[in-house]
Design a protein. Structure first.
Length: 273
């Protein structure tokens, strides 16, 4: 599935993303129990084959014995096998590791999405694919997505999402606008047990002599001029020069270049006749 199509799914709703074919997934995929790995050693068929990762996260490999794979990426496993084969078995071994069969992964998608909940996915899951499963972000979504990952297991929490206030959560922030623009760095890999949390957008308000007074989603570095433009601009009786802002119960004069803050109320007053 192309990146462009996956990005489109953010806005048009849920669609099942196919598991990537062997050889096509990201080397950063994190292996877990019940994955079936294909290890290929160039010109060494007796050292190449299929290996199922057992429940303890290890698999048996010829000559080397138990190899730890659970919690490691494909690139890390290939490096481990390469290093151990080079230690007395082969000279300059060329090793590749791929996934032939994927285990199921549980991912939570919460917050301002159309269908929040727990999803069972397979393969190398990206942020765009996980959001697509939840039907895309809602219009009330903010500009930042949080990816929450527990730093240590918590008893009895396997079936529950990780919340932003959890003290043991490792938090990765992704800019939603970058994701929608197709930035590859924003489309990060999601791991089994991760929680994707889309916060509600903070609001600001425009009132007075504008064409569409009301509440609007806050964005970083938004100027007063841009905020008034979102509200349709001043009416025939409104003035861009007679502006006030109410911020945390304090009211003061404003300029068009001032930066809006969450919760601000911008007042466009009537122009002088």
């Amino acid at each position: 599935m192309s990146t462009a199509l996956l990005l489109a799914l953010l806005f048009v709703g849920s669609q099942q993303a196919p598991a990537p074919a062997p050889g096509s997934i990201n080397a950063n995929y994190v292996v877990g129990p019940q994955d079936v790995l294909t290890v290929t050693v160039f010109n060494e068929p007796q050292l190449s084959g299929r290996f199922r990762v057992e429940n303890d996260g290890q698999f048996n490999y010829p000559f080397l014995g138990r190899i730890q794979a659970g919690g490691a990426t494909l690139a890390e496993i290939a490096a481990i096998v390469t290093s151990r084969l080079a230690d007395g078995y082969l000279r300059d071994p060329q090793v590749t590791v791929d996934v032939e069969q994927y285990r199921s992964q549980n991912v939570f998608v919460m917050g301002e999405v159309r269908a929040p909940g727990r999803y069972t996915l397979t393969g190398s899951v990206t942020l765009v694919e996980a959001l697509a499963q939840a039907g895309s972000t809602a219009p009330t979504a903010g500009t930042e997505i949080l990816i929450l990952r527990r730093t240590r297991p918590v008893t009895g929490s396997a079936g529950s999402p990780t919340l932003p206030e959890d003290a043991d959560a490792d938090v990765q922030k992704v800019n939603l606008r970058d994701l929608q623009a197709g930035a590859l760095s924003a489309n990060v890999t999601i791991r089994d047990g991760d929680t994707i949390f889309v916060p509600r957008a903070e609001r600001f308000y425009v009132t007075g002599h504008v064409r569409s007074p009301g509440a609007y989603a806050f964005e970083l570095n938004l100027t007063v001029l841009q905020a008034i433009s979102l509200a349709g601009g001043p009416t025939d009786r409104g003035s861009n020069r007679r502006l006030r802002i109410i911020r945390r119960q304090t009211e003061f004069d404003a300029k068009l270049t001032d930066i809006v803050q969450p919760g601000d109320t911008i007042i466009v007053r009537q122009r002088w006749l």
